[in-house]
Design a protein around this ligand. Structure first.
Ligand SMILES: Cc1cc2nc3c(=O)[nH]c(=O)nc-3n(C[C@H](O)[C@H](O)[C@H](O)COP(=O)(O)O)c2cc1C
Length: 169
């Protein structure tokens, strides 16, 4: 007998993670995207990632059609952007600097908010429960660096600034 919804949410929420914004573009070239925690670096050979979108997501239908997306790994201090992209607002991208990924069909790279990004092509779509899993081939990307944004039990935190290693000389 499966656990109830509240118990499951509490259990799943006990897993700390980074935060990503998955972006794509609609058929008119308009940017679309949402905050996601459900991200996995799935395979090294070939390079694959996995993201999981709620069936209620408005970005879902756009991604099914575009089959291209960017996983924007958020840097520390991006809480407000994460909160904004966790809404259903039509103007999520207003005032947010982004450049189109030439590798991922024009999907937005959120240049000022990322410590890394991955440019992906949908390789597989798996329908499970109330979510749709997208497996993406990683066709490009870059590590920008800096501390990441973290999320745990509905609270944000930033990874501590890396201290330089002590000199052994
Ligand atoms: C930290 C955090 C992580 C989230 N992770 C996911 C996720 O992995 N998948 C998902 O579908 N929604 C996730 N959400 C919720 C979506 O961001 C939210 O439902 C959003 O409104 C969807 O936007 P859309 O309907 O425009 O696509 C998350 C929200 C937050 C705050």
């Amino acid at each position: 007998m499966p656990v109830d919804r509240a118990t499951f949410r509490e259990l799943a929420g006990a897993f700390p993670s980074g935060v990503t914004i998955v972006t794509t573009v609609d058929e008119r070239g308009a940017p679309r995207g949402l905050t996601t925690q459900a991200f996995i670096g799935l395979s090294t050979e070939p390079p694959l990632v996995l993201v999981s979108l709620d069936r209620a997501s408005r970005t879902l239908a756009v991604l099914r059609r575009s089959r291209r997306f960017v996983v924007n790994v958020l840097k520390g201090g991006s809480e407000d952007l994460s909160t904004r992209f966790a809404t259903k607002a039509d103007d999520k991208f207003d005032g947010v600097p982004w450049i189109p990924s030439t590798v991922a069909g024009g999907a937005p790279i959120l240049v000022d908010a990322v410590n890394a990004f991955m440019e992906c092509t949908v390789a597989d779509v798996i329908e499970r429960g109330d979510h749709v899993v997208f497996i993406g081939s990683v066709d490009g990307g870059r590590v920008v660096g800096g501390p990441p944004l973290l999320y745990y039990r509905r609270t944000y935190a930033s990874w501590p600034e890396e201290k330089p290693a002590p000199s052994v000389l």
